[in-house]
Design a protein around this ligand. Structure first.
Ligand code: MD3
Ligand code: FE
Length: 203
């Protein structure tokens, strides 16, 4: 069920399915130490996606911009460590997609409730765009919006399901992308929620 979505973007269908219960337990543990929160954009809007992080660096947004920080501004403590299960899964998925030796230092955890969306954007805050980003979808399905190198490029809608892993590298790394407004539903493992992990080498 592996297929190439676009040059540099490979879907590993169901790659994380068997690990999902353990991944969800780890997310609960992380969120107990670094709670999910809805961040403010530099323009002053509140994002609808709730976020937290684990690893050496965490992605944040506030009135001064987007960046990676070693400390959670909400708690004043370092972000929780990246569980070995997370780093192993990310490295295996990257290797299967042709990126040997991927060792992420950051994992952004996104939580979507019905009605939540993520507007088209590029991920440009990482130091090195030659390293891939690995994403893991858990819980409710979503329509992934897959554009091109310019914001105005035509957008494809790609369904992402529980357990799907996508590796985004090479020419796909700076494409515009987003998540369509989450439809309501109930997933046996997460209830009315979609969770997404993105593994990155931030620094
Ligand atoms: C393509 N997350 O966290 S994962 C993000 O489902 C983000 O929560 C979405 O976009 C989510 O930045 C989409 C897929 C994804 C993640 C990062 C990418 C696709 C990407 C970076 C570059 C190109
Ligand atoms: Fe993104």
């Amino acid at each position: 069920r592996d297929h190439v979505l676009a040059p540099g973007a490979m879907v590993l269908g169901g790659f994380a399915r068997n690990d999902a219960p353990a991944l969800l337990a780890a997310i609960d543990h992380i969120a107990a130490a670094a709670p999910f929160r809805r961040m403010t954009t530099p323009g002053g809007r509140t994002m609808s996606v709730a976020m937290t992080n684990c690893g050496q660096a965490g992605w944040i947004s506030d009135r001064s911009g987007y960046r990676y920080t070693p400390v959670d501004p909400a708690t004043g403590r370092p972000w929780p460590a990246l569980p070995v299960l997370f780093s192993a899964l990310a490295a295996q998925a990257a290797a299967q997609a042709g990126f040997a030796g991927f060792q992420p230092d950051a994992c952004l955890i996104n939580r979507y409730d019905p009605g939540t969306r993520l507007t088209l954007h590029q991920d440009r805050n990482e130091r090195d765009f030659d390293r891939p980003i690995v994403s893991v979808s858990l819980g409710l399905p979503a329509l992934f919006l897959w554009g091109g190198p310019a914001r105005t490029d035509r957008v494809r809608r790609i369904p992402l399901e529980h357990g799907d892993v996508v590796v985004w590298g090479g020419p796909a790394r700076l494409t515009y992308h987003g998540i369509h407004t989450l439809a309501d539903g109930i997933h046996p493992l997460t209830g009315r929620t979609r969770l997404n992990l993105t593994f990155r080498l931030a620094r």
